[in-house]
Unconditional design. Sequence first.
Length: 219
Amino acid sequence: MCLPRLFGICGEESAAAIPNHPRLGSGIPNWQRGCSARRDGGDGAFGKPYALSMITALIRTRHGPEALAVTLSALVPAVTAGLVGDAVVLAEEQDEAIAQVAEAAGAVLVVAQGDSWAEGARVARRDWLLCLDAGDVPQEGWIRVLDRFLGAGPPSSESGRFRRPQGVAHALLRALSTVLRRRTVQAGDLIHRSLLAEGVRFPAPVSLPASVERDPAFG
């Protein structure tokens, strides 16, 4: 599979390749056409630019380069629409295959342990950050949902969270965290970079009416 360069060179083609993976197939759209920054990313033709709503995708890698490629491919419509302007890949250690995928996509690679979301926030180019784990796939309608959330001009102290199918143990842990008033950033959150970079407390996120699911190959 050949993954076009996603960020950083509008109007140019790139033939940078990532490792072949039988599940990914081919035919990923050429998202350089998205440099016109129109709101037409599969959620309807809006015909207006996302000038104030562009976001950075923070992608935490724990399942290898194939999982990262799946999530980058899922972001194609948002890049085409002009909503996602850049990406930061967060790795726990140096990995040549992951570095190759990040470079091919035009994403920034950050090697960091511990609070990797905060490390990613420090190098993000946009104020609003979409946190994802490699292997996450945002579901239908998510672009429109983020556009409406950001279009309402939320304060930087407000965050949003996509729905995610949960097991019983995860649901109980989340409920306990709510009772204890502990706010932690999770994959599927949309958050302002200031909350991550400064490590401040923030209110419970707003539930967003769209979901993020895991590609079955990556659990």
